[in-house]
Design a protein around this ligand. Structure first.
Ligand SMILES: Cc1cc2nc3c(=O)[nH]c(=O)nc-3n(C[C@H](O)[C@H](O)[C@H](O)COP(=O)(O)OP(=O)(O)OC[C@H]3O[C@@H](n4cnc5c(N)ncnc54)[C@H](O)[C@@H]3O)c2cc1C
Length: 488
């Protein structure tokens, strides 16, 4: 008899999982509340401008990194979205001029022996991470048509990274960067990851640059998600958009999903929704397992404000990704920013009308409460405009066209992510702050019910989403006694 699975959510983890389940012969139905696939990893159009609201760096973009196989097997990377690898990866823009961060770290302005030493340490750390990648393995007891064994040699190669990882997780990226005496280098490194998260993320991300990985698939997040959705549909799977799962519950010996009055029982229900919100909202009574209680108590969410500006000017003389040191600090949503990372899509085909450009910026920080208060007192829309205005003024001091020729603007707040993707407090990915436990939900809750996505694996963005989804698909296959088929 054909086995049936339901996946709740067509974000990246839901789509990866659905592709593997369908490929393995399990008839899979995906419910997605939004009108399009991708979840938080998406982009959208406004009056001829394309705002990339997701991928800056796709890890696993080169075939040497095993994660690449997941992107191929789920249809994410195809001929229609070749990956562009930029170098420099970031450029500092400040009063003193420009300083690029190249993938091999050449050209950093070292101001003395302390900087030379700091660079040597950084290079050593990157050497330790050389060849490091998240292992793609099979779970115990799975029948895989194409097993993915992880050899002892692979583990040995990762020994260097394992040795320094404990030191890296105990310090923030900001603390790590303080070894450099030159404040410009510190500021430049601040562009790579949000400085309050652990230094492991900084070194890991820099190491992916160093290895020649991490690029931007042409067409961006939406194209990639659409590729995955159509790949899944091509395998015979079904996606129902604008369909919100309201409840997950036990129905005799199965789990089922309720949508309005309709009930959909399945052999496996996979929740790819942020587990922190799912555990309170998707069940008749909030989950009370120990992992759920711990997560409820200790989890810190990762929030951002997204700002996009369509500019009636050609900004292609400005770097593609820049860390701007602002002449005057930017005050936004109760936080103060002295630097901003700007992604400049000038010259990227199809992102703006002829002669125009798009820039985007993520302002990190916990602003959920601030925005919620604004919504409650009726000032939400006005405050979004205020934030955008402050941003345009601040960046306009460095790139005047951004202020003078702003054509179309858009702001997404944590409330936007909460509303459209149901992530907890509008979280846009997961992180692992120094000295805190890593909270996660189990891949397999019990036979028939599974979690995947941003709260199930190690912290991060797309890589844990993809990897967790592959593992979850394997748990489903094992429980249903189905062979796991990853590709043709
Ligand atoms: C601006 C931005 C930039 C980023 N940049 C990068 C980057 O450069 N590199 C990187 O690796 N990561 C990046 N990330 C993070 C990465 O995009 C996310 O970590 C990842 O996409 C999370 O995927 P997910 O499938 O776990 O969750 P989600 O994307 O949250 O997917 C969950 C899906 O479930 C749907 N859903 C929720 N509730 C229901 C329901 N009840 N019924 C039906 N459907 C439901 C949601 O609509 C959503 O589609 C970025 C994120 C943002 C927002």
């Amino acid at each position: 008899m054909i086995k049936k699975a339901i996946v709740i959510g067509a974000g990246i983890s839901g789509l990866v999982c659905a592709n593997y389940l369908q490929r393995s012969g399990i008839q899979t139905l995906v419910f997605e509340q939004a009108a399009s696939p991708g979840g938080v990893s998406t982009s959208w159009k406004r009056k001829g401008y394309n705002f990339e609201g997701g991928i800056h760096w796709l890890i696993g973009a080169i075939k040497e990194i095993p994660l690449h196989n997941i992107w191929l097997e789920s249809g994410a990377l195809q001929e229609n979205n070749p990956v562009y690898f930029k170098d420099p990866v970031y450029t500092l823009v400040d009063r003193a001029g420009r300083m690029p961060l190249y993938r091999d770290l050449h050209g950093l302005e070292l101001t003395g022996w302390r900087d030379k030493l700091a660079l040597a340490v950084l290079k050593f750390d990157l050497l330790c991470f050389d060849g490091f990648h998240q292992p793609i393995t099979d779970i115990k007891g799975i029948r895989a048509r194409y097993p993915s064994p992880f050899s002892l040699w692979e583990y040995i190669k990762m020994g260097g990274a394992a040795l320094i990882t404990p030191f890296l997780v105990m310090q923030s990226a900001r603390f790590y960067a303080r070894r450099f005496r030159n404040p410009r280098i510190r500021a430049l490194l601040g562009a790579v990851v949000e400085p309050s998260i652990n230094a492991l993320s900084l070194i890991y991300t820099l190491s992916t640059f160093h290895m020649g990985d991490s690029g931007y698939p042409e067409g961006g997040s939406l194209q990639m998600a659409r590729n995955m959705a159509s790949h899944f549909q091509g395998l015979g799977g079904e996606i129902r958009y604008r369909t919100r799962a309201q409840e997950v519950f036990r129905l005799q010996d199965k789990w089922a999903v309720r949508i309005g009055e309709e009930v959909f029982p399945a052999d496996a229900v996979v929740i790819s929704v942020d587990a922190r919100s799912a555990m309170d909202k998707l069940f008749r009574t909030p989950l009370q397992d120990s992992w759920a209680k711990d997560m409820r108590k200790g989890l810190r969410t990762t929030q951002c404000m997204f700002l996009g500006v369509g500019v009636k000017a050609d900004l292609s003389t400005w770097p593609r990704s820049m860390q701007i040191v602002l002449p005057e600090p930017l005050h936004a949503a109760g936080l103060t920013y002295r630097t901003v990372v700007i992604n400049n899509y000038a010259g990227v085909k199809g992102y703006a009308p002829e002669g125009c450009s798009v820039i985007t910026c993520l302002l990190h920080g916990s602003t959920y409460g601030w925005w919620k208060a604004a919504r409650e007192d009726g000032t939400y829309a006005a405050k979004k405009q205020e934030v955008m205005h402050a941003f345009l003024e601040a960046v306009g001091r460095v790139i005047p066209a951004v202020l003078e020729q702003a054509d179309v603007t858009d702001v997404a707040t944590p409330l936007t992510y909460e509303r459209y993707c149901s992530t907890f407090e509008g979280s846009y990915m997961s992180d692992w702050p120094p000295f805190q436990p890593l909270y996660h939900a189990p891949y397999r809750y019990e036979r028939g019910l599974y979690f995947t996505g941003q709260r199930t694996a190690y912290s991060g963005g797309l890589p844990p989403a993809a990897q967790s989804a592959r593992l979850t698909a394997q748990y489903v296959c094992r429980d249903l006694n189905v062979e796991f088929v990853s590709h043709e």
